[in-house]
Design a protein. Structure first.
Length: 286
């Protein structure tokens, strides 16, 4: 019965694992709903900012704002990679890291001096493992990012871009389309590209002036772009974890079925052997 006891131990272990993965799946589903609500809430504000900037933009005004400066050639760039602090979310972080390495390779092949800023322990751990020097590493941002977190990430690159120390700033994040679709995305947040308007152009009464309005809106627009990237990555993390834990739960169920069938066959074989031995012993006594 040694094999039977071993199978019973494995069945108990898989049952406990399935309980854990099922619980994690339910927790991720709950967190994903809240994270998705933050994504949906952030989009209208971003669209409104883009529309106002597009309406105010003119080549004359663009010459006065460093954030709109379009360099003839990118010589220095900063790349901000958003990953997670925790694992158990499938290939979510691997896809983001792969996208970052492709971007770094493409920029460096063009002789661009690139500095890498990484958010999340998974990304930090990988690049430290391969020996890549990081300009900054942040693991203090949770899966509920705030506008303050976004500002703390982008304020320094934005100030350096204004001073002319950087020619471009890129952010790599997971674009949240659905729980099953969170592709890694590269977005250039600086310099600001004037959004293209759609439909009928509106005539605004501006107070105090277009220059002063843009002075406030452009930094807010950059910070909002970073905030959107962070909330979409947070939602994508929960969606990926939910999918990974659901797959793990389903696989545990299939494994349990296989182990139980194996255990039942072993038990039936033992019972058959014991009956055969009893019958044989009785026949020997006759």
């Amino acid at each position: 019965m040694a094999k039977g006891r071993e199978l019973k131990g494995r069945i108990k272990s898989v049952e406990n694992t399935r309980k854990i993965t099922r619980t994690m799946e339910m927790v991720a589903t709950s967190r994903m709903k809240r994270a998705q609500d933050r994504v949906i809430a952030a989009r209208p504000f971003a669209n409104a900012l883009a529309e106002v900037i597009a309406s105010l933009y003119s080549p004359e005004l663009a010459e006065r704002f460093p954030l709109l400066r379009q360099p003839e050639r990118v010589r220095t760039a900063a790349v901000i990679l958003l990953t997670t602090n925790r694992g158990l979310c499938g290939a979510f972080n691997s896809n983001l890291i792969r996208e970052a390495r492709q971007l770094l390779g493409a920029l460096e092949r063009d002789s661009v001096a690139v500095e890498l800023h990484v958010v999340g322990r998974k990304g930090i751990g990988f690049f430290k493992y391969i020996g890549r020097t990081l300009a900054s590493a942040r693991s203090d941002i949770t899966d509920r990012p705030t506008a303050h977190d976004a500002a703390s990430l982008v304020e320094d690159p934005m100030a350096r871009f204004i001073r002319g120390e950087l020619d471009a700033v890129y952010v790599i994040y997971a674009q949240f389309r659905s729980a099953l679709s969170t592709p890694p995305t590269v977005q250039r947040v600086l310099p600001v590209e004037p959004p293209k308007t759609k439909g009928v152009a509106r005539d605004y009464l501006l107070f105090p002036s277009a220059h002063e309005i843009l002075s406030e809106l452009l930094p807010s627009y950059v910070r909002n772009q970073m905030y959107r990237a962070m909330v979409e990555t947070a939602a994508g993390e929960q969606g990926a974890r939910r999918t990974a834990m659901k797959n793990a739960t389903d696989n545990a169920g299939e494994m349990l079925n296989t182990l139980r069938r194996t255990f039942n066959r072993a038990r039936q074989a033992q019972i058959t052997q014991e009956i055969a031995e009893i019958v044989g012993g009785a026949a020997a006594l006759e």
